[in-house]
Design a protein around this ligand. Structure first.
Ligand code: SDX
Length: 427
């Protein structure tokens, strides 16, 4: 495409520069539009609007491509680990052995919460949703380390490691609190995901069994969720970071955005949907008819995506893992059978085909999490743990942008034009 585009606004020609990305996608740079024409663009939900240039993740929604820093998700899923991939996403390169060891040591050194945090946990009711606890405790954690605010840049590697490490500890503690169980502290001899499962399921007098297949399955879930370009929660993190808020405040905002059932909350909503279908003895046909006829504004949760108009490559990987993990655990799950039936019907139904609706990352992930014992209300927390390196990498990009400015979108005002105050007795 040319380096400029030309348009006619109010009968006058306007030439705007274009920006071409490393994978050939083209953006029209409209940063001078309002100064030159007095107009702004309008793009609710930003379906056509690029908010930034980023070097972290590339998605091609038409071809179903997902790459972290140029590495294809299927290759990383097969050959890498969540922590190695986290380093790649944050720092841009696969780590050397020395760099990986240093990063892992930083995670271990920063895995304990300040003991004062226990009082915050005590204050939550047992009914508190773990996502509510997670977002508030991430901000609370920063209160015990003032240099998270005062020494943002120079201490970034420590703050990033602390956040990745402690989000796991906070998540496990929130689960234990909600279930009236004593907190289990991390162990220095366990790697990231094994340590999380230890904190979730061990007892003070007995360590839980850490089956390698369960540890690997959860590590893969984390890896597959590690970043996804400018999704709702990552864009939220960048928006908050643009005001020069600290890393923990930006990540806490990301947790809140992720919680919604249209975003990260979908993995919990999928299982609730499958359970409802199962309870009704429906094979999925009745439910899909309600979706297609928009009865009760029902959606096939775990299906559809703003960017993927083809298969979400993560969903393909997770679906294949479902059968493998269930077989390894000698388990079967009727909800998996229902999910497969729903997919089979939907992929052959014009309602879904015409709208290019395919399974996304959330459609099958809950089946695996359920099989490895993760409770339903912790599903979106697993998504948040996985997405943390992506949020941190995007925060880092915002902080390192020499031309960075506070994000402040415009609007088209549709309210009342000017009018005078009316005295109370005249209203
Ligand atoms: C994630 O952005 C990311 O990258 C997100 C994510 C990440 O890694 O960060 O990939 C993670 O959030 C995945 C998505 C999880 N959410 C769900 O599974 C919830 C169910 N999906 C939908 O709500 C929806 O597909 C969205 C929210 C994912 C995308 O919504 P869009 O792009 O705004 O699409 P839309 O709502 O405009 O839908 C277009 C049409 C509409 O029908 P019509 O008005 O044309 O008749 O498709 C229909 C929608 O009603 N539609 C669905 C549907 N999704 C869209 N109909 C039934 N079931 C669905 N799931």
């Amino acid at each position: 495409m040319n380096e400029t585009v030309e348009m006619i606004i109010d009968g006058k020609p306007l030439v705007l520069p274009t920006v071409t990305g490393s994978e050939g996608e083209v953006g029209i740079d409209i940063s001078s539009l309002r100064n030159k024409t007095g107009c702004i663009t309008l793009d609710p939900a930003y379906g056509n609007t690029g908010a930034c240039e980023s070097a972290v993740t590339f998605i091609d929604g038409e071809l179903g491509i997902l790459r972290y820093r140029g590495y294809d998700i299927a290759e990383l899923a097969e050959k890498s680990t969540f922590i190695e991939t986290s380093y790649l996403i944050i720092y841009g390169e696969l780590p050397t052995r020395a760099q990986l060891t240093e990063f892992s040591n930083l995670l271990s050194e920063n895995q304990m919460l300040h003991e004062g945090m226990r009082f915050h946990f005590e204050g939550f009711p047992s009914t508190a949703h773990p996502m509510a606890i997670l977002s508030s405790m991430i901000n609370a954690a920063s209160s015990y380390h003032p240099n998270i605010i005062s020494k943002r840049e120079e201490r970034f590697p420590y703050h990033a490691a602390r956040l990745i490490s402690q989000v796991r500890t906070i998540a496990a503690f929130s689960y234990r609190k909600a279930h009236g169980l004593p907190a289990i502290y991390p162990k220095s001899n366990l790697k990231y995901t094994a340590n999380f499962l230890h904190m979730m399921f061990s007892l003070p007098n007995e360590d839980c069994e850490l089956k390698p297949e369960i540890v690997k399955a959860l590590d893969l879930i984390f890896l597959l969720h590690a970043d996804h370009e400018q999704n709702c929660s990552t864009s939220t993190v960048r928006m908050v970071a643009s005001s020069k808020a600290n890393l923990f405040a930006s990540a806490a905002a990301g947790v809140c955005a992720l919680w919604g059932p249209l975003h990260g909350g979908a993995n919990q909503a999928v299982l609730e949907m499958l359970e409802e279908i199962h309870q009704e003895g429906d094979d999925g046909s009745k439910f899909l008819n309600e979706v297609k006829n928009k009865i009760g504004n029902r959606k096939l949760m775990g299906f559809g995506h703003r960017v993927y108009k083809n298969f979400d490559p993560r969903a393909v990987i997770i679906k294949n893992q479902c059968d493998k993990v269930l077989a390894q655990l000698h388990k079967s799950d009727p909800l998996l059978d229902i999910a497969k039936k729903l997919e089979e019907i939907a992929l052959n139904d014009d309602y879904f085909i015409s709208r290019k609706l395919y399974p996304n990352v959330d459609f099958y992930s809950g089946i695996i999490m359920r099989a490895i014992g993760i409770p339903l209300d912790m599903f979106t927390v697993m998504f948040a743990i996985g997405r943390m390196p992506g949020w941190i990498a995007n925060y880092k990009e915002v902080m390192e942008d020499p031309d960075g400015r506070i994000a402040r979108p415009r609007q088209i005002y549709t309210g009342p034009t000017q009018r005078s105050y009316a005295a109370l007795e005249t209203r």
